[in-house]
Design a binder for this molecule. Structure first.
Ligand code: ATP
Length: 290
């Protein structure tokens, strides 16, 4: 079985506070985008094993896809395993949730293979113990996330826009970004959040905000360079996704996005550019199994 495992972007990411267990409470607006890894599963074998064509992705039990399979079989009380092979397209440690998406693909694929023994809610709660973004990739619809990312609510006000993602060619550790965050200096204020929720319609000109962006940009000023480049080339808005360093620009149509892609591809040879669509309510959220 092959499953397409999408990336996500955070259109809004407000850090609300730090909890005693070290996790941060947040409020985020997330959306899947049409940039996919392919996760292949050969289920019902003796032992779980994982392979991946990307040199920075572990091929042991620390791979989030392996951890998902392990937990699934424990809950199913079945002494079997799955051979997982991952073809990476999503840049790694880039703020696009690739590992969490791969874990969700394993949960969804195994649940289908074994005749749906678990409900979506059960899969989402298993997913949360693997990573805070895993429930979102099981949910898959554009959603606001609160708590540590596990309380999800459909967000219906997203128009389908074209996206140009720019990965500036280096990875960022999510844990380090959170460690360097000064909660007193965050800027996604309550008023902006109320406007986002009140209008139920997302405006890329004013709602894009990420509390983690300044933390990463202070160490890597290229974040601001990429944002400015996207805006100069016609983006309606631009923002760093998650804990970065990938920056995305939103475009009203494919023509504008393609022109920006063409022009910016020559700016810096370390940048990797990806043109993609937002996956919104119009797409039906079907999971692609082959
Ligand atoms: P985060 O969820 O931490 O914000 P991210 O989206 O920035 O993550 P990922 O691509 O998920 O980044 O990778 C984060 C780390 O997880 C990497 O350093 C990688 O070694 C590890 N990892 C484990 N399993 C996977 C996987 N299946 N795909 C990608 N990375 C994985």
């Amino acid at each position: 079985m092959k499953i397409l495992s999408p990336a996500k972007i955070n259109l809004f990411l407000q850090i609300v506070g730090k909890r005693p267990d070290g996790y941060h409470d947040l409020f985020s607006l997330m959306c899947c985008v049409g940039l996919y890894d392919t996760v292949s599963l050969d289920a019902g074998v003796e032992e779980t094993a994982v392979s991946c064509d990307h040199p920075h992705v572990p091929e042991d039990e620390t791979n989030l896809a392996f951890a998902a399979a392990d937990l699934f079989y424990k809950k199913l009380k079945k002494n079997e395993g799955v051979k997982i092979s991952i073809q990476k397209q999503i840049p790694v440690a880039a703020g696009l949730g690739g590992g969490s998406s791969n874990a969700a693909a394993v949960f969804l694929g195994l649940n289908r293979y074994y005749g749906y023994p678990f409900s979506t809610d059960e899969l989402m709660s298993m997913g949360l113990s693997i990573g805070a973004d895993v429930p979102f990739f099981i949910f898959r619809r554009p959603a606001t996330a609160s708590g540590i990312g596990e309380k999800l609510e459909v967000y219906p006000g997203l128009k389908k826009l074209k996206i140009l993602l720019i990965f500036p060619g280096f990875s960022v550790s999510t844990a380090t970004v959170y460690k360097n965050l000064n909660l007193r200096l965050t800027k996604c204020k309550k008023k902006l959040k109320s406007s986002l929720l009140g209008r139920r319609s997302f405006d890329p000109g004013c709602h894009l905000c990420n509390d983690l962006e300044a933390v990463v940009a202070s160490k890597y000023p290229v974040i601001n360079t990429v944002k400015t480049a996207l805006l100069d080339h016609g983006a309606l808005g631009a923002l760093m996704s998650g804990s970065g360093p990938t920056v995305f620009g939103l475009f009203s149509d494919s023509d504008k996005a393609s022109k920006a892609n063409h022009a910016l591809a020559r700016t810096d040879e370390t940048w990797q550019l990806y043109l993609a669509d937002m996956i919104t309510q119009d797409d039906g959220y079907s999971i692609s199994y082959t």
